[in-house]
Design a protein around this ligand. Structure first.
Ligand code: ZN
Length: 554
């Protein structure tokens, strides 16, 4: 799972941000250039110099799989996509080029940042059933049919890897992906097998060959487990994964690919942090009774650099991290894995966060904003989700923080990971484990990042959690507002104790499972105050995201 909420809130905030010209003086492009300008063109690539000769050939082969994944995804999204793309690519006019460009950014004729509205004439509204179900099928028809199926049939019908079609008399039937997309999946399986034969890494070979088998057999279990165990300089995620495009039921998985290279430097940093997690837990600013004397194993995190993407991964706002697989059975038996795309994060940092910092931050603190503390804090955020209270006792009964906090749990948990991430890094700085040179940069970069998160609204968990932290820290004078310049600055003396206090406050509420206190805290702090709104209003024209180009895939 990755970015569904993020997309929703981004779309909500950006409604109408693209085209404001009146019809009288409509620009020749119909406003497409303005829509495109929201995505900063960016080169995304990685260093292949340390790959073995075999791996370099395997990488080239894997990149050949990308256009196949693209076609699979386009076909899944809408029946008309492949023909439309064909005619767009043939149109050499200036207007035609813009349409083609924006189609590729969205991987379809619907503009993701504008509520998914079509941006081409003659294109229907985005079908909620995508091309997974018959056009004229209703939810009711599906459910009535489903109820009459035997149990095994029900599992198939609601499974990730089948489409629903009509047979000759018009009855609904189940078609496995391996049949529905046989032409493309056979080609894809051959490419995977060839790449498997080229790589010098055993775990990659195992994943690629079992994935090839899955494309043909429609049984993805073994290859999903092989993906979890992948430990290779080339890290690949390829297949049908996310279910967001199935707006009817969220059952069916869309094809996508991330071809990436393992980032060894960041992987080392992660294992260094991981070695200190128990020490951090033992020093959390909460009642010692609430600390976990022995942390369990955390789910693995991989830091990689993207060199090519395919299918849904290309569409719209670019993914910066993802957690897979989504299959609950595999998660229960083998766990899941988080993949962080470092070079994508860096591109977003440069193209979105830095311009925001220029408008939102006091000019004397601008030079402190940099990528290293930004990414280090993201790693700390991910790790801190695993620390602090999880299983708790309320009124003599064992429960979880998530259950006790109900609908508030995500916003509070995201705020906890952020603020305790700052606490943890400060702790490591104070113990001499991280250079003190990071200290001020970490806080200034965090402040700039607040505006990037809240820009997408405060209804979604991350934005809401961020507003809570921002207003709390502002009240403690850890941040100050300059009315003349309309910018914010960090008070480096005040922020350290304030971060500790807020970490303590949130984790104690979680440990006590105190829903009422959590609600009071969020109601009071997770709001948009006038100074913040003023800064946000000044962010128009700053790109919303990046439009990557992949030199290694060209
Ligand atoms: Zn998080």
């Amino acid at each position: 799972m990755k970015r569904a909420l993020f997309l929703l809130s981004a779309a909500a905030l950006l409604a109408g941000a693209g085209c404001r010209k009146t019809s009288e003086q409509a620009p020749p492009s119909g406003g497409l250039d303005a829509k495109i300008a929201r995505f900063a063109p960016t080169v995304i690539t990685g260093d292949t110099s340390s790959l073995s000769g075999g791996d370099r050939k395997a990488l080239r082969k894997l990149i050949e799989a990308v256009p196949i994944i693209d076609r699979l995804y386009l076909r899944q999204a809408w029946m008309g996509n492949e023909a439309l793309l064909g005619s767009l690519s043939a149109d050499r006019s200036a207007q035609g080029r813009l349409k083609y460009r924006y189609f590729l950014i969205n991987m379809g004729p619907w503009s993701e940042l504008d509520h998914g509205e079509p941006f081409l004439d003659g294109v229907p509204a985005r079908p909620p059933q995508a091309n997974y179900y018959p056009d004229n099928m209703t939810k009711e028809e599906f459910n009535t049919w489903l109820a009459k199926l035997p149990e095994a049939g029900q599992k198939q019908a609601t499974g990730f890897f089948t489409t629903i079609r009509r047979d000759a008399p018009g009855t609904l039937t189940i078609v496995p992906y391996s049949e529905e997309y046989a032409d493309l999946l056979q080609k894809l399986a051959r490419t995977m097998k060839e790449a498997a034969a080229l790589t010098t890494n055993a775990s990659l070979r195992k994943f690629l060959s079992s994935r090839a088998d899955a494309f043909l057999s429609n049984d993805y279990y073994t290859s999903d487990v092989a993906w979890l165990n992948l430990d290779s300089p080339i890290d690949v995620t390829i297949g049908p994964y996310e279910v967001y495009m199935d707006k009817l039921f969220n059952y069916k998985a869309a094809f996508e690919a991330y071809i990436t290279l393992r980032n060894d430097e960041e992987t080392k940093k992660l294992s260094f942090f991981s070695a200190h997690l128990q020490e951090i837990e033992d020093n959390l600013p909460i009642d010692p009774a609430y600390r976990n004397a022995k942390l369990g194993a955390l789910s693995p995190i991989r830091v990689v650099d993207e060199v090519a993407t395919g299918g849904e991964a290309k569409a719209g706002v670019q993914t910066a991290a993802f957690n897979l697989p989504n299959d609950e059975r595999i998660i229960a038996e083998h766990g899941s894995k988080r993949v962080m795309l470092k070079n994508v994060q860096e591109a977003k940092f440069k193209n979105v966060l830095v311009p925001i910092a220029r408008r939102a931050l006091d000019s004397t603190q601008l030079s402190l904003v940099s990528f290293e503390p930004f990414f280090t804090h993201i790693l700390a955020h991910e790790l801190m989700h695993g620390l602090g209270p999880h299983t708790i006792t309320v009124g003599g009964k064992t429960t979880t923080v998530r259950q006790a906090m109900r609908e508030l749990s995500s916003a509070l948990e995201e705020a906890k990971a952020d603020v305790s991430g700052l606490f943890a890094l400060q702790f490591m700085i104070d113990r001499g484990l991280i250079s003190r040179a990071m200290e001020h940069g970490m806080y200034a970069t965090f402040l700039a990042g607040v505006f990037r998160s809240i820009r997408f609204g405060i209804t979604e968990a991350h934005g809401r959690g961020m507003a809570l932290q921002f207003n709390y820290l502002l009240e403690k004078n850890a941040f100050s507002y300059n009315e003349k310049t309309g910018t914010f600055a960090v008070d480096f003396a005040a922020i350290k104790p304030a971060v500790r206090e807020l970490t303590s406050l949130i984790m104690t509420i979680q440990a006590e499972g105190n829903y009422d206190k959590a609600k009071q805290l969020l109601d009071h702090y997770a709001v948009l105050r006038p100074e913040m709104k003023h800064v946000l209003d000044g962010l128009t024209g700053i790109p919303v995201d990046i439009a990557p180009s992949f030199p290694l895939a060209d």
